[in-house]
Design a protein around this ligand. Structure first.
Ligand SMILES: Cc1ncc(COP(=O)(O)O)c(C=O)c1O
Length: 397
């Protein structure tokens, strides 16, 4: 994802301002910091940009997930419905909270299938953690309706979909809390960073405290601050926030370019008879970081993946064989290999992760290839890709 492709004077200026003050901590040092509050400014600008009530910037998307789960009161024994196609961080977050990830199938949106949620619902289900994968959205309206009907907390892992919208409303703002990642390969990057967004002042207050050892951030004497709850250190440094701030201000430009590149490719490849694309519930709102397409069967897809690489079409991911993004290859999670005993091992009711029955997800993922869209492409590069991809794909369809 593209943020790193356009570092420039803007990022250098923001970072220099921090270095000149010598204050790398996001809180306090009011005199020395010369009025530079990079993390605070980022939070304000991001919330305004995506129409969220509150934003709390933290050290990573993984940290954001832990903060979000804690702020929503998800803990020991609670079941959280998750998709099997995501980055392992989503699942780790649930496990570290002491909660129980319960996998439900995805569909051709590459995200949770709203029709498959009921099947995994139990009296212990507390939340649905929907993941907007590869830049575009789940059927978030239908999933939200399901959560409302069943009294479940809706949480969004929008780490891969910053800037995306569904019918004009930003992804990450549909549920109780949304999470974003600003790691080195995201649409906007802080180097490392992440954030939670919410409209609920109580959730924000807990998140803000939990991410900093429970500090209530009242007043400017850190040693005198109160602690309503325990927390951890998920703070971001001002240096990382400074990079992110410059990047955030480039979001519109990033999205515009990515969308134009994707549209050109998709229109051209759409002329290939029978090529099926990922279902995107609202094309207009796609943040356009990937172009995903589905091949007719599970034997053709890996062949095509190899041939695309051999033809010089780089950045094509066949997730079914990927160790980090699809449940099938997460042997460590399937067998619950952890550094120390996990709370969920105390519960007899946990799912049998070794023998999950996710036939529908396998059917989708074994046929799917996602191609990264890059900001730096020019029209010659896009034309080259179209030619080579057409030559590889056409004979199989
Ligand atoms: C869907 C998803 N969730 C969570 C994360 C974790 O974000 P981070 O790398 O900032 O910890 C990622 C990162 O790739 C992700 O793709």
């Amino acid at each position: 994802m593209p943020g790193f492709e356009i570092f420039g004077d803007e990022e250098r200026k923001e970072v220099s301002e921090v270095l000149e003050t010598g204050v790398l901590f996001r809180y306090g040092f009011d005199q020395a910091r010369n009025n530079h509050w990079k993390a605070g400014t980022f939070e304000k600008e991001l919330a305004e940009k995506i129409g969220a009530g509150y934003c709390h910037l933290c050290s990573s998307g993984t940290a954001a997930l832990s903060i979000a789960l804690a702020a929503c009161g998800v803990g020991v024994g609670d079941e959280v419905i998750v998709p099997p196609f995501t980055f392992v961080a989503t699942i780790e977050g649930v496990l570290m909270a002491g909660a129980v990830p319960v996998f439900a199938d995805i569909d051709e949106t590459l995200c949770l299938d709203p029709k498959r949620l009921e099947k995994v619902l139990t009296p212990r289900t507390k939340a649905v953690l929907v993941v907007h994968m590869c830049g575009a959205m789940a059927e978030i309206d239908r999933i939200r309706t399901f959560c409302e009907e069943k009294g479940l907390i809706l949480m969004e892992d929008a780490c891969q979909a910053f800037g995306g919208t569904f019918h004009g409303k930003s992804l990450g703002t549909f549920g109780k809390v949304g999470c974003f990642s600003f790691d080195p390969v995201k649409t906007v990057t802080c180097g490392e960073g992440g954030c939670i967004v919410t409209d609920d002042p109580k959730i924000y207050e807990i998140a803000d405290a939990y991410a900093d050892h429970g500090h209530d951030h009242v007043g400017s004497d850190r040693g005198a601050e109160g602690h309503a709850i325990m927390g951890a250190n998920f703070r971001i440094s001002e240096l990382n926030a400074a990079v992110g701030l410059a990047q955030l201000r480039k979001l519109d430009r990033i999205l515009e370019t990515q969308r134009a590149h994707k549209k050109e490719l998709k229109t051209a490849l759409g002329r290939i008879t029978n090529l099926e694309f990922r279902k995107v519930p609202d094309e207009e709102g796609d943040s356009a970081t990937f172009l995903s397409f589905l091949l007719p069967d599970a034997t053709i897809a890996p062949k095509v993946s190899g041939e695309l690489a051999a033809a010089g079409v780089d950045g094509c991911f066949y997730w079914y064989h990927n160790n980090w993004h699809y449940m099938r290859r997460w042997d460590h999670i399937r067998s619950l290999k952890s550094a120390a005993p996990l709370p969920l091992t105390l519960f007899e009711t946990r799912p049998d992760y070794e023998n999950l029955n996710l036939v529908q997800s396998d059917g989708v993922m074994s046929r799917t290839i996602s191609m990264l869209i890059k900001l730096s492409w020019n029209s010659k590069e896009i034309a080259r890709r179209i030619d080579r991809m057409t030559a590889v794909l056409q004979p199989y369809l």
